[in-house]
Design a protein around this ligand. Sequence first.
Ligand SMILES: [Zn+2]
Length: 292
Amino acid sequence: MTKVFWEELFPHEFKERLIERPVVYVPIGLCEPHGQISALGMDLIRARFICEQTARQSGGIVAPTVGYHVHESGNSARWLEQKVGETNACMTSIPAYVFFKYLLYQLRAFYNSGFQTAILLSGHGGSHSRDLKRVAQIFAEYVQMNVWYGVDQNELLKGSKFKGDHAGKNEISALMYARPDLVDHSLVSLEDVPGSGGKLALHPTAGEASWEHGQEAMNYEISYLGRLVDEMQPRNSGLETWNRLPLLTYEQVEQIWDRLGEEQWESLQPRPDEETTSATSRWKSSETSKFY
Ligand SMILES: [Zn+2]
């Protein structure tokens, strides 16, 4: 089978794929609970699956998956208090500003490796999504590269009959299709076991999930992303940037970083009109963060 993952390619294979279509896909997600019935890596596994299938059909290379993401801060703190509660969320979240800066340096690596288009596909949504689109836009303007950021269940379902959710019919179906071994509906009984964490953010529609729904929705997303790639990046266009010079320097990335410091970021605090997290909640301490 065709290899599409960066880490599996030999140098000559990387070069061939890049010249054929200089697009890098970056699956992004984090570990967090989606009920007792599904694996914690739900968001990143889905994003990786969509990137893999799109690269097989449309060309390009899939970058190593980013498994740490923004959560806990801004209105996500209140969301966690309400949906997950006062329990260990088994979650791989990092502060927004750390993610922003790490993302800039990843984009630098993609630019210096010769890519002309970066598709940042997140399986995890929230108020940080708007911030990350802005970060992508600022980087893209600075270096003249196409950078797209989107959430699979939002952007890639546009125009379809499907609607994204958290641990509901759509999301659970998608994982059932991508990795049937990572969903087990019988585990819903654990919700009643003391100390289990209870519902762990499971949506009431999760019981309606099916492999067939997942197949249809995921295939819609994959073909949507394929069309997007066709619009953003013509085929056989990578030769001119294969040995790209000059390289983007650390100093230039730090200039972009300084530029980010001038913006207002939604993910750092709740919106003024929103209810905040209870003072006694375990999620209170991360609700507001600075931009360092
Ligand atoms: Zn999710």
